[in-house]
Design a protein around this ligand. Sequence first.
Ligand SMILES: [Mg+2]
Ligand SMILES: [Zn+2]
Length: 195
Amino acid sequence: MGTKSVKVKTSAVFLDRDGTVIFDRNYLSSPKKVKLYSFSAQSINKLRAAGFKIIIVTNQSGISRGMFTEGDLIKVNRRLLSLLKAKGAKIDSVYYCPHSDFDDCYCRKPKIGLALNGARDFDIDLKKSYAVGDSIRDYLFGFNMGGKGILVLTGHGKKEQDAIIVSEKIKPFIVCKTLKQAVNFIIKDAKRYPR
Ligand SMILES: [Mg+2]
Ligand SMILES: [Zn+2]
């Protein structure tokens, strides 16, 4: 009696959408064109079994550029969730940034607004969390939130990897072939930290 129970914060894996969980279709606006990678559902299930919150964070500047609407995006996201559900995989939330670089928002990756939303909604410890994606912005997002950023080589990953060498001082924590390898890494890495 009198002892306060300490609520332990959870950790999360922030997944990029296009080129990481689904095939990159270049400004995807049609639910019909949503196609999961063969390893996505299983990888997400593995993360969930390991106790992570799983949040999709996606830059969707096509909205700011007038290429599609927020309504289109929501339909695409819904389709993604239903494809995952059909394979028994569940995402905790999807956050998106509808802006472009010109909008100077707080949420376009590598800015960490979307991670802060996750921290607020799910009581996440960002320092013990991970971000996975196929672009430089994605692993920088992981770095900027104080966690670890992983680059995958699906989608634009290979091209982005070449660009790092030229332009970026900050490197990915690790480069993985696909989300599948990234998840294996995360699960091993996280075992070193009490959660
Ligand atoms: Mg991507
Ligand atoms: Zn934004």
